[in-house]
Design a binder for this molecule. Structure first.
Ligand SMILES: O=C(O)CCC(=O)C(=O)O
Ligand SMILES: [Fe+2]
Length: 289
């Protein structure tokens, strides 16, 4: 790693965690410095994607007040009476939601979609809209706004079962700890540390396809937090609905034939619908050649 991006400082780790998940931290503020530092940061991002599939970003330019407001809007939404929430796509009848309520809505282009977002609580569209606009760049953006209850004794502790995300990148904002990923060096589930002000980033199925398998999608799950209910907002970024993602031609040659079939976001949605009851609803597996 370059000096500008390091692994998480030991003093930020909880004392009980003797073998924490290695966590690359990328300082995006350094992208605006001179070109040698910038290329160091870009290399660090590429290395984190290849080696681990995830990293956290600090100095990402989204203010803490915008992030806090988005979590507040989500939390207030899930406190509304069920009759109000039922007007929106909040069903948790998929095969991986063990103990989570969620709201999924498109977020880009914002002007086309915001009219379908909850109009209660009154702050929802303004606060979530500001966060959505700041966290996206190009293509499609799907916001998965999740609400998990506090873990109560004797209950199962898994809020969201293991899965990978379909897109290129997921940017995750969470109100407290609960995300776990499989550590590739030990094959053990590990808690992801919550760095102050940071956003967690991990790669999804379409990045594995684009990189022709050089980068691997990240399997993750969410546990219930024993201290408090939890909000997470996953911003999933991909190409537009019908644009096909293929293995990059620069990474395909005689020695490296394409490993995946082409597919689009709408192919993923079709796959989900066709495999609604199937616990092994793995989209990436269906693309392997
Ligand atoms: O709640 C979390 O930490 C993860 C949420 C997630 O994986 C998702 O919405 O796809
Ligand atoms: Fe996910």
């Amino acid at each position: 790693m370059s000096e500008s991006s390091r692994t998480v400082p030991q003093e930020l780790l909880p004392p009980d965690d003797l073998h924490p998940l290695p966590l690359p931290v990328i300082n995006l503020g350094h992208l605006s410095l001179d070109s040698a530092i910038r290329s160091g940061v870009v290399n660090d991002i590429a290395k984190a994607c290849r080696d681990r599939g995830y990293f956290q970003v600090i100095n990402h330019g989204i203010s803490q007040s915008v992030m806090d407001a988005a979590v507040e809007a989500a939390s207030d939404f899930f406190k509304l009476p069920s009759e109000t929430k039922e007007e929106y796509d909040t069903s948790s009848k998929d095969s991986i939601s063990m103990s989570r309520a969620f709201l999924k809505h498109y977020a880009h282009p914002l002007g086309d979609w915001i009219q379908y977002w909850p109009h209660q609580p009154p702050i929802y569209r303004e606060y979530m809209g500001k966060y959505a606009a700041e966290v996206r760049r190009e293509g499609s953006q799907l916001l998965s706004v999740n609400c998990y209850p506090k873990a109560s004794q004797g209950d199962a502790t898994i809020g969201l079962a293991p899965h990978s995300d379909y897109g290129f990148l997921t940017i995750l904002l969470t109100s407290c700890r609960g995300l776990e990923v499989v550590d590739r060096s030990t094959n053990i589930w590990k808690t992801v540390q919550q760095l102050p002000h940071a956003l967690h980033v991990h790669i999804g199925d379409h990045m594995e396809v684009l990189s022709n398998g050089r980068m691997k999608t990240v399997v993750h799950r969410a546990l219930l937090n024993p201290e408090e209910g939890r909000i997470s907002i996953a911003s999933i970024h991909g190409f537009a609905l019908d644009d096909k993602v293929t293995c990059a031609k620069e990474l395909v040659d005689e020695e490296n034939p394409p490993k995946y079939k082409e597919s689009s976001f709408s192919d993923f949605l079709d796959h989900l619908t066709a495999n609604m009851d199937n616990k092994k609803r793995n989209f990436l597996e269906s693309l392997r050649i």
